[in-house]
Design a protein around this ligand. Structure first.
Ligand SMILES: [Zn+2]
Length: 222
């Protein structure tokens, strides 16, 4: 079985998300952009569809090509959100890993179709600023993929309307950390709104923290 290390990383990521209660059953998914030679077609390793996280194994992770077709074991079906993953990789060369969850507080914002404003310094430095909500798209559809890419922009996370959220980074470990941060910020925002006034990070701090974010990610403004 090839891509042994990447398979193990994906398995550990899903077990961690399951442990945190950020996915349940077989919901949610994750992927890695595989390191292939420049002249080869791009390949990605993604979690399988319909296999519960209490019995998933590293061998069940699926290698797919840019058409979201499985290239190896034909018994395995890639995640139904493969189109979302490929659309993000196509639009963001800086991204090499994606984590998609149905975590509760991010989903509260998905149901309210309400973006999370910059309320915590950390979210600007690590996520890039406000967490936007995508327009609606049916699960697994090209619409959902396109709308999610639009909501992501140059940031590292977005909320998928009436559905959940996703986080991106250059490594799977970092994408997982960003996903955990999104959920924590969403929890803080939901509680802050219920209890009263919400105060945003001041504009001058947002500007300074955006510079740090762009340096961290190697992205540039504009
Ligand atoms: Zn989903």
């Amino acid at each position: 079985m090839s891509w042994e290390h990447e398979r193990q990383q994906l398995l550990e990521t899903m077990l961690r998300l399951d442990h945190l209660g950020m996915v349940s059953g077989s919901s949610g998914n994750a992927s890695i952009r595989l390191n292939v030679a420049k002249e080869e077609q791009p390949l990605y390793l993604i979690t399988p569809a319909g296999i519960s996280y209490d019995r998933i194994t590293a061998n069940q992770m699926v290698v797919i090509n840019r058409d979201s077709q499985a290239t190896g074991n034909a018994d395995l079906t890639p995640s139904s959100e493969a189109l979302l993953h490929i659309a993000v990789y196509d639009s963001r060369p800086d991204v090499s890993a994606i984590v998609h969850t149905h975590s509760v507080y991010a989903s509260v914002q998905a149901v309210k179709a309400e973006a999370i404003p910059p309320i915590i310094d950390e979210m600007i430095v690590y996520i890039g600023g406000q967490i936007e909500v995508s327009d609606y798209g049916l699960p697994g559809s090209a619409d959902l993929a396109r709308n999610s890419v639009d909501a992501l922009g140059d940031r590292r996370a977005a909320i998928i309307r009436n559905h959940g959220m996703f986080a991106v980074a250059d490594t799977l470990h970092e994408a997982l950390r960003v996903a955990e941060l999104v959920e924590r910020v969403a929890e803080i925002y939901v509680h802050a709104k219920i209890s009263g006034n919400v105060v945003r990070v001041p504009d001058h701090a947002i500007a300074a923290e955006r510079v740090l974010y762009l340096e961290r990610t190697g992205l540039s403004e504009g």
